[in-house]
Structures are given as C-alpha cells and as structure tokens.
Design a protein around this ligand. Structure first.
Ligand SMILES: *[C@@H]1O[C@H](CO)[C@@H](O)[C@H](O)[C@H]1NC(C)=O
Ligand SMILES: *[C@@H]1O[C@H](CO)[C@@H](O)[C@H](O)[C@H]1NC(C)=O
Ligand SMILES: *[C@@H]1O[C@H](CO)[C@@H](O)[C@H](O)[C@H]1NC(C)=O
Ligand SMILES: *[C@@H]1O[C@H](CO)[C@@H](O)[C@H](O)[C@H]1NC(C)=O
Ligand SMILES: *[C@@H]1O[C@H](CO)[C@@H](O)[C@H](O)[C@H]1NC(C)=O
Ligand SMILES: *[C@@H]1O[C@H](CO)[C@@H](O)[C@H](O)[C@H]1NC(C)=O
Ligand SMILES: *[C@@H]1O[C@H](CO)[C@@H](O)[C@H](O)[C@H]1NC(C)=O
Ligand SMILES: *[C@@H]1O[C@H](CO)[C@@H](O)[C@H](O)[C@H]1NC(C)=O
Length: 808
C-alpha cells in the first residue's frame, strides 16, 4: 500500500519543483494518505478524514479526504472528522474597584475564564486587561528587630501614632496592621549562657529586659491602630552577642503562619522589616546545634514564640524565595546605612519581592519609607502562568497601559499607577501532539505579586479521535493477540509492535523480514530508516527533525511569524519536507500572503504607492530620482517628497485641533481616529513616519508632529499627535530682528560719526592750539632775524667825513 504512494509522492515532487499548481493540490490530498492511525490522520491537515468502519477492507487508505472515503465505500457514520473548535467565554465580568467591606468583589483581570480548543500547530490569541484596583486591601506586618540597639526606634514608632493611620489611609482605605519582633536563636554562641544573663541578657547595661528569643508574634493583623501602638509600646527589648540576628527565621514564621498572623486571601501582603543588624542564613544555626534543615512550617506556641528555633537551622535564600513566591508576600527591608549593602545583595536575589531602603538611626523616616516602598511594589505588574507542565505554550504581548502603543512581547510593566488599564494579549499555542489522545490542560494566568484573581484557560487539546475516546480497547477475533480494535484498525497493545503485533519492543532478535520493512524500497541507499531513526519491529522511530515511514523526510521550514511549522494550521501543512500552503499563502514556510492587499496604503492607491515591490506581503522600496530611498510601510514618502498619507490625514488633524469634530473623522471612505499623545519624547517602539502640521494660534505659530497607523483597525486609521511646539510667527520675528538690526546700524553709525567728529574736533583743537603757540612764538621772535635772511634793502651810508649839502 505504501510503495505506490511514495512513488507518486516522489513523482509529484518533481512536478512541484516545476511550479505545477495542480501538483500542489494533489500534495494536499497526499498529506493524509501516509497516516495509519486516526489521531495522526486528523492532526495531519484540516481536510484529512479517517474511516473507522471495521468492515472497510478495500485496501484503499483509511486516511483520506471526505470525497475519496465515500468513493471507496466507507460508511458515512464511521467517517471521523476533526473536532469542532471551541471558543467559549465563560466568565467576563467587568473590572471592578474595591467596594466598601467586600474584598471578594474586586476584579482586576477581565475576562476571568475561557474554554478553548487547540489543534496541533494552532495558535489562539486571547486579549485580556488588567487594572490595579483602587483601595485594594493592604496587610502590613511590622517585623521589628528588638535587640538592644533598636530601643530608640521603638519609641519613634510609638511617637508616630497619629501620622501612621493618616499615611496609610492615603495609600488605601483598607489597611490592617500587625506586629512582631525578632532577636536571635537562644543558643550558644549567639547569646551568653551565663545563668544570670540568660534570664536578663541586658544585665550588663544594668536594666531589665526579656530573655532572648528568635521570633515573637505580638499582634495579629487588625484595623485598630491604637492596639498596634499599644503592643509596640508594651514590647520589651532583649539582647544578644553578635551583630547578626534571626531575620530569616522570623520571616519564615510570619509568612507560613497564615492563620495566626491573619493574612487575608484577597490582600496585598507586605512585611516591613526594621533592623540595624546583619542576618544569619542557612548553615549558621549548626554552630549552635540547630542542625535540621529549615522545614518552612509554622511553629508558633500559644504565647506567640517560635518554639523550634533551637531545632531548625536558618532558611537559605532559595527557600526564602520559594516562600515569598508561594505566599505572595513582599518585604520592605528598612535597614540602617551600615548594613544596607548586605541587604542590597539579598534584594538582587529576591528581586520583585523585596525593596530595600535606608532607615535613619532613630527610624524618624519610617513613614516616608513605607510610602515609597509600597509605591515601588505596586508600580510593578508582571504576569506568569503554570503552563510549563503541559504541551501548551503561552507568549505574552502588552502595551503596559500606554494608550496607542503597539503591543510588544513581555510580561513585566513598570511605572504602573492606579487607574491605568494594561492590555495584554496571550498567544496560546499547541506546537505538536505528544501523543494522539484528546486531553485538557488548565492554565491559570495571574499577576505575580498578588496571585489572587486570575484568568483561567481550559484548553481542550484536540489530538485524538472520537472513536478512540469512546470505544475502549475492544478485543475482537478480528485482531491478532496482543492487539485491540481502535477506530476500525487493530492497534498493538503497549510494548508490542509489528504487523501481527508479535514483536516485543526491545526484542533485539527482529526477523530479517521485519528489518526489511524499515528499508525504503527502490531507494538508492537502502539503509535502515534512512539512517535517521531506529527500526523497532519493522517500524521506524525517527530522530528529531525527520519524519515519514522510512524517516526519509526532513522537517518543514518554520515560519518566522509564529515559529510554527509551515506557518501553523491555518497556513499550510508539511508534506515530507515541503510545505503545502493553504489558499492565499505562498513561500517556503507559507509565510507570504498571495494578495497584495497588505502592500496597499489604507487610504487607497497603488501597491507600495508605486515606489516599490510587494514582496512577501510587505513593500521593498525603490530609490527615488534624487538618489534617496523611499521610506514608510507603503514606500509612501522619501526625505524630499511630500507624503500623500500625511496630506490625506491633515484635514482630520486640523479638525481635531480646532475642536470642530469629535475623535473620529471620515475622509473619502477612510475613517480616522485622532488621539493626542503629547510626550515630546521619541517613542522607542515606533518606526512610524512623522508628519508635520502647522497652524497659527493667536499670535503664535504652532507645529504639530503626528504619526498614522499603517493598518486600518475597527476604529479606522489611528492618528496620534506626538508633539506640539509653538513659537513667534516668522514675519513678526523678521520684523523684530529687522528693527533690532536697523537700530544697531543707526547706533553704530552715530557712534562712528561722533567718534570721527570728536576726533576731528580734538585734532582741530590741537592744530589750533599749536598754531596759536607757534603764532605767539613767532611774534616773540619777530625781531630776531633769520641768519639766512638777506634783506632786500641795501643801505649805503656816506661817511660822516663826506661834505654834505647844507640843505639836506
Ligand atoms: C462500492 O460499492 C459498490 C456497490 O456496493 C461497488 O459497486 C463498488 O465497486 C464499491 N467500490 C469499491 C472501491 O469497493
Ligand atoms: C468581555 O466583555 C467586554 C465588554 O464588557 C468585551 O469588550 C470583551 O471583548 C469581552 N471579552 C471577551 C474575551 O469576549
Ligand atoms: C496624600 O496624598 C495626596 C495626593 O495624593 C498628597 O497631596 C498628600 O500630601 C498626601 N498626604 C500624606 C499625609 O501623605
Ligand atoms: C507607653 O508605655 C508607658 C509605660 O510603659 C506609658 O507611660 C506611655 O503612656 C505609653 N505610651 C503610649 C503612647 O501608649
Ligand atoms: C535472540 O536469539 C537467540 C538465539 O537465536 C536467543 O538465544 C536469545 O535469547 C534471543 N534473545 C531474545 C531477547 O529473545
Ligand atoms: C523497484 O525497482 C525494480 C527495478 O529496479 C522494479 O522492477 C520494481 O517494480 C520497483 N518496485 C516498485 C514498488 O516500484
Ligand atoms: C503584486 O504586486 C507585484 C508587483 O508589485 C505584481 O508583480 C504581482 O502580480 C501582484 N500580485 C497580485 C496578486 O496582484
Ligand atoms: C467608517 O465608519 C462608518 C460609520 O461610522 C462605517 O459605516 C464605515 O463602514 C466605516 N468605514 C470603514 C472603511 O471602516
């Protein structure tokens, strides 16, 4: 029966390689034929059917499509079909904050219970929301170090009796307080066993104090603050020798003695541990003879003392972590500076359950510390589930409460505040059937720190057949020994194999006949199970990554989209190493949609805006004329281009900003939703194209930056306005700066003119003064004759002796 099938398969592959479409359709049919068991048959592909008719002995395959089975005379009533998918939201109550006096009615997760089915290689997406409830009950237990050095801290706490309730009321309306104290195991060498100091370990200080104890529970959780203060006031200190105390001993008791402490089922449980000492951990107890491993159980006597402190060792950090996780208790370590490093390193190991803060030496900052510690614990939301034991796998995606942010993979959100609604999506996947039986798996998804309300998934794992469920191991004469009738065929009992069910699995003396059945007929290399598996009683058990009767087929390609073979049950099936894709899908792992729809811009237009090619459902952009690359999901823009999608959306942005229209707005046949998410910081998760819109507002000019979602959801295309910047309009700016420049020029001119003028005046004055001086000087020297001066007047004198005219 198999031999012709494989020959046909081989022939078909040759044809398939040639891209023959009909071959692909035939492949789809042949997916079924290979299988000889009902569960495997129905799991192979959605169109495979199984004939469970015991009288069907035409020799034709029992696993085939509907039509073929009818043609080969399988009675209608015996044709096994895949089970119908189940999707049933059983509980979907709305989120509910705390109502007065009814902690039971708080709902923080919606929905609460869903029934669903999964076939192999199927993924279902489940959306759920989480909103931290206002006024969620808070159980706060004070665990105080009451060794001698903490005496003043106790007094501080008592003095804050009026402020404490005010502060707690500010955090939540429903709080309760409890009180306990710890010191040290009453053992050598941690305390002095001198008989006088045993009864009063403070005798050195010449005061009376209580005998050393490991842990003492004073007051169960109560809403009476006065009771709390009274118990703190009346507690007495004690003393020990070393600087390390029994913090962890006390924590184990506080956490595990639920009844005595009075932890509520629905509450946030916080222990605030005040200490100024280091802590003992596992192993230290052995010094004093407490050799038994800490048993994590409650051992409180009727007076509230830890009675087995001398028997059990201190717990280890790993034990501590398990307890905190199991009982969902958070611890705030309020410790003094000198030992803070020690607790910081503990905090790293117990992350998410602990918070370390510095306590002033007299505890004066204790209230502030409770507030910040509480807020730190509340601000982290994380989800976990208990799916690891079963075949179903869950992946989480979340927006962490940021409206409009795309969901990214992860469970943990920080910075969560009251009133925020966190949207999660759980992807529930069944990768393959481990055995072909129907079963159910219940998965509880809950918040890690509270763990109280949860989303419960009842997953129906559809790996089996109806006939194998109802007809239980019928022994009939039709079947040989060691076998029973299941779904119309004889199936060997557990431990037996072979065509006659007479070969015991593990029997090494298999006959040559059986061994021959593990060899692929007419194959070039005729190795047992193609060298990729073991031959057990004539049947090949294939190694991982191989399949087929002779392990001759490699596994198919895994889709990068959901990490399932051939893209999962909706997209394709694996036929001997090749994916046979469902209609609408192509590609080696059926990863690519056949249609070009995902490449078309939502506002309409060409595939990839005409600037790229649609490859495997997304655009590969070409280079624009100026050498830059087209960008955007639809290659709609380039650094120097106008973006048609921005322009298309602009009227809606304008309308929204000028409050002319509501949140939704329609242009042409496209619906838009405008949301404002002004952050002015870049969103690290976004690779969206930014659009810019400018408008005048009063005397200012404002610039808005917005993005658009690439796909149209129910509410249309989402436009989110990311930033707004306003400044003086450009014309006014030019005017002002023009005036300033003008003024400067004039001023500079005037200064230059003045400078020149005064320079002139000065030099004039100088010249004039010089002139005057020179003039004066020259007047004074007028008489002096220049030595070079030669008078033009020539004077001649007649000698006196010369006779003159008497009349002259
Ligand atoms: C199915 O039954 C019909 C009539 O009973 C018979 O003629 C036909 O040959 C059968 N087909 C096969 C494949 O046995
Ligand atoms: C639960 O109910 C809300 C309406 O209250 C609805 O929006 C939501 O889709 C429902 N959830 C499921 C899983 O059906
Ligand atoms: C209580 O909270 C409000 C704001 O949430 C704050 O203004 C006020 O100071 C707080 N009061 C105390 C006592 O912390
Ligand atoms: C604390 O106890 C002392 C006596 O031990 C008492 O005098 C004092 O009033 C108490 N203080 C408070 C706030 O109860
Ligand atoms: C295998 O066969 C040999 C002899 O043929 C026999 O001695 C041995 O017991 C057989 N082993 C098993 C597991 O049956
Ligand atoms: C295997 O090959 C031989 C010849 O090489 C041929 O005669 C025989 O029919 C083939 N068997 C099948 C099942 O195709
Ligand atoms: C999708 O687009 C590519 C080129 O962009 C084209 O070659 C192909 O024929 C288109 N396919 C369909 C189904 O429109
Ligand atoms: C846009 O919204 C209207 C009603 O508000 C609806 O009838 C129409 O189908 C929507 N169009 C698209 C493309 O979703």
């Amino acid at each position: 029966m198999y031999v012709p099938v494989f020959v046909i398969l081989c022939l078909l592959f040759v044809k398939f390689e040639n891209g023959n479409c009909q071959a692909q359709q035939m492949l789809n049919k042949l997916v079924c034929i290979e299988h000889d068991e009902c569960g495997a048959c129905l799991s192979a592909a959605s169109h495979c059917r199984w004939c469970a008719d015991p009288n069907y002995n035409t020799g034709a395959p029992r696993c085939n499509d509907d039509e073929s089975l009818v043609n080969t005379n399988c009675s209608q009533g015996f044709i096994q079909r895949p089970a119908k998918p189940v999707w049933n939201v059983v509980e979907n109550s709305s989120l509910q904050d705390m109502r007065p006096n009814s902690a039971e009615n708080v709902i923080q997760i919606q929905p609460q219970r869903i029934q669903l089915s999964l076939k192999p290689r199927e993924t279902k997406k489940i959306s759920f929301s989480f909103r931290p409830a206002k006024n969620y009950p808070l159980d706060l237990y004070y665990l105080m170090d009451l060794t001698w050095s903490m005496k003043d801290d106790k007094e501080t706490l008592v003095s804050l009796r009026d402020d404490l309730p005010t502060l707690l009321k500010n955090l939540t309306d429903n709080f309760r307080l409890g009180f306990g104290s710890f010191a040290e195991k009453p053992l050598m060498p941690f305390i002095s066993t001198d008989s006088r100091r045993l009864a009063n370990p403070c005798s050195v200080e010449e005061v009376a104090c209580e005998a050393t104890y490991s842990y003492r529970h004073h007051l169960s959780l109560t809403n009476q603050v006065s009771d709390f203060i009274e118990h703190v006031n009346s507690s007495s200190v004690t003393a020990n020798l070393d600087n390390a105390e029994a913090q962890l001993d006390a924590l184990v008791q506080v956490i595990s003695c639920g009844d005595k402490i009075g932890w509520a089922t629905h509450s946030r449980k916080i222990v605030i541990l005040l200490s100024d000492g280091l802590m003992h951990t596992a192993g230290d107890g052995k010094l004093g003879g407490a050799t038994k491993k800490n048993d994590e159980q409650c051992h409180l006597d009727e007076r509230g003392y830890y009675s087995d402190a001398a028997t059990y060792d201190y717990p280890s950090v790993a034990q501590m972590y398990r307890l905190l996780d199991k009982y969902k208790v958070n611890v705030i370590f309020a410790v003094t500076e000198s030992v803070k490093n020690h607790y910081d390193s503990l905090n790293q190991l117990l992350e998410d359950f602990t918070y370390v803060a510095k306590l002033e030496s007299d505890s004066s900052n204790i209230l502030k510390l409770v507030k910040t510690g509480y807020e730190d614990i509340v601000s982290v939301v994380d989800f976990h589930d208990d799916s690891s034991s079963g075949p179903v796998k869950v992946r989480y995606f979340t927006d962490c409460g940021v409206k409009g942010r795309p969901l990214i993979e992860g469970t943990r959100c920080t910075g969560v505040e009251y009133g925020m609604t966190l949207n999660y999506e759980a992807h529930v996947t069944l990768e393959a059937c481990s055995d072909f039986k129907s079963s159910t798996q219940t998965i509880r998804i809950s918040e890690s720190q509270l763990g109280q309300d949860a989303l419960t998934l009842e997953v129906d794992i559809q790996c089996g057949c109806e006939c194998s469920n109802s007809v239980q191991e019928v022994v009939t004469p039709m079947c040989p020994a060691n076998s029973h009738l299941v779904c119309g065929v004889c199936q060997c009992n557990k431990g037996w194999s072979g065509p006659q069910c007479n070969c015991e699995i593990g029997d090494e003396n298999a006959s040559a006949e059986l061994l021959a059945q593990c060899r692929e007929p007419n194959a070039t290399r005729s190795i047992l199970c193609s060298g990729a598996g073991d031959c057990l009683c004539g049947k090949c058990e294939c190694d991982w990554g191989y399949s087929g009767r002779y392990c001759q087929c490699k596994s198919c390609e895994v889709s990068s989209y959901n990490e399932l073979e051939c893209g999962g049950v909706d997209r394709g099936v694996c036929v001997c190493g090749q994916c046979a894709c469902e209609a609408g899908w192509v590609g080696a792992a059926c990863d690519c949609p056949l249609s070009n729809d995902t490449c078309k811009p939502p506002s309409g237009g060409e595939v990839c805006s005409g600037n790229g090619d649609c490859v495997c459902g997304s655009c590969e952009c070409t280079i624009a004329q100026d050498g830059s690359k087209y960008i955007g999901k639809f290659c709609e823009t380039c650094p120097t281009c106008e973006n048609p999608l921005c322009i298309h959306a602009e009227p809606c942005v304008s309308c929204h900003l000028n409050t002319g229209c509501t949140d939704s707005c329609t242009i042409g046949n496209v619906n838009y939703t405008v949301i404002e998410r002004l952050s002015n910081t870049e969103d690290p998760y976004s690779s969206d194209v930014m659009c810019i819109f400018r408008q005048e507002e009063g005397s200012l000019e404002c610039e808005y930056k917005y993005t658009y979602s690439p796909v149209q959801s129910e509410s249309g295309i989402e436009i989110s306005i990311r930033s707004k910047e306003c400044y003086q309009p450009t014309s006014a700016m030019i005017m002002t700066s023009g005036l300033v420049i003008f003024g400067c020029v004039i001023a500079a001119g005037l200064i230059i003119i003045l400078a020149v003028k005064s320079g002139q005046i000065v030099s004039d004055r100088r010249a004039y003064a010089k002139f005057l001086k020179e003039a004066q000087e020259s007047r004074r020297n007028m008489q002096e004759l220049n030595p070079l001066y030669i008078s033009p007047i020539s004077e001649f004198r007649l000698p006196d002796s010369f006779p003159r005219d008497k009349n002259d």
